[in-house]
Write a protein that binds this ligand. Structure first.
Ligand SMILES: NC(=O)c1ccc[n+]([C@@H]2O[C@H](COP(=O)([O-])OP(=O)(O)OC[C@H]3O[C@@H](n4cnc5c(N)ncnc54)[C@H](O)[C@@H]3O)[C@@H](O)[C@H]2O)c1
Ligand SMILES: O=P(O)(O)OC[C@H](O)CO
Length: 332
């Protein structure tokens, strides 16, 4: 267990929408905060305009927020790092980074090829570092605006999770501490995939009943994987699982949902992705999660259907037909 106590300084690594929103939240919670952007020109532009024009346009960034592309400067004196780099790039960023203080990973996904969850990527890069996960139903724009939201800080390190949750919480952003980082990570990663499925059935005009069935059965397959990987089913029923499924499968602002919607309307994946400058984690996560599940003998039919659609083996109608024609079984 770490002897981590107070958080005077926070370094946020990754200046996408969520990193920027979390930096604003850390500032609000009273921490001296630095935001690390990988591109020096972008850091310069953000500093000059006090705005993240690429990923969170229109949201003012206060003068107290230090913005830098220098990792050493961002981490100087930091008591806590928030790692907010997309899952597929996390290992690459960590490989080039100086030593980290205790850290929370806020990326949601499964790494292509290695099939690692974000905390596993961090543990491989920094063995023994006190670490946890920050996850929940959180659209960056709303958190940046200070609208009410909740999430969990999950770690096996009790001191880290309790101190980080206490120090980053404000009246507008309520963090619960949790002792099941595996369950939290599986929920956060998998909801991206189920949100693509939910968007696809809505886009294809298959109705609200179909979406409700998908979300509920999606929850069941997420819980199976969480348990197989050493997490708990009850975690999946909390903020980082069900909470995030509710948000992303119904909220039009979800990038995963909107990608599924466009696929359901008959658009091609390549064309949809070409129009985006932001990450849609479910695309790389679906096949990676499916492979990870197969490795531990867990069946994930909805995730398999999403991977089939993303990889062009099936269209949305065919995937839904296949799901509906699976052998009948007991619900649990
Ligand atoms: N946006 C949200 O509302 C939100 C909320 C909760 C969690 N998340 C998670 O946070 C993570 C980051 O998402 P985001 O929405 O902040 O990103 P974003 O889509 O706003 O921005 C993309 C980010 O990816 C980075 N990037 C692109 N190519 C890279 C590379 N080759 N190497 C390193 N970094 C690269 C960019 O610098 C930028 O920071 C994701 O895992 C996402 O699921 C996002
Ligand atoms: O826009 P999405 O689908 O990446 O979802 C963002 C957050 O993960 C919601 O909690």
């Amino acid at each position: 267990m770490s002897s981590f106590r107070s958080i005077g300084r926070v370094a946020v690594i990754g200046a996408g929408a969520w990193g920027t929103a979390l930096a604003l939240q850390a500032l609000r919670a009273g921490a001296a905060t630095a935001l690390w952007a990988r591109d020096p020109d972008r850091a310069l532009a953000m500093r000059a305009a006090r705005e993240n024009a690429a990923h969170l346009p229109g949201q003012p960034l206060p003068a107290e927020l230090r913005i830098t592309a220098d990792a050493g400067e961002a981490l100087e004196g930091a008591d806590l790092a928030l790692l907010v780099v997309p899952c597929q790039h996390l290992a690459g960023v960590l490989a080039a980074f100086p030593p980290l203080p205790p850290s929370l990973v806020a990326a949601k996904g499964v790494e292509h090829g290695t099939l690692r969850l974000p905390l596993e990527i961090l543990a491989d890069a920094r063995p023994g570092l006190p670490a946890g996960v920050l996850s929940g139903p959180n659209f960056a724009r709303e958190v940046a605006q200070g609208l009410p939201a909740a999430a969990v800080v999950a770690s096996t390190d009790e001191t880290l999770r309790q101190d980080a949750a206490a120090c980053l919480s404000t009246a507008g952003f309520r963090l619960y501490d949790h002792d099941d980082p595996v369950g939290a990570e599986v929920g956060g990663a998998a909801k991206n995939v189920i949100a693509i499925a939910a968007g696809a059935v809505i886009g294809a005009g298959l109705g609200e009943n179909a979406r409700a069935a998908l979300v509920t059965r999606g929850l069941a397959e997420i819980a199976r994987l969480a348990v197989a990987l050493g997490g708990r089913a009850e975690t999946v029923a909390g903020l980082s699982g069900l909470g995030d499924l509710l948000l992303t499968c119904t909220g039009g602002s979800s990038r995963n949902f909107s990608l599924g919607l466009a696929l359901g309307q008959g658009r091609q994946l390549g064309a949809i992705l070409a129009e985006r400058n932001s990450v849609t984690e479910g695309v790389a996560t679906a096949p990676a999660m499916l492979a990870r599940a197969a490795a531990v003998g867990v069946e994930m039919p909805i995730t398999a259907a999403v991977a089939d659609v993303l990889e062009g083996r099936m269209d949305v109608a065919g995937a839904v037909e296949q799901l509906m024609n699976r052998p009948l079984r007991q619900e649990v």
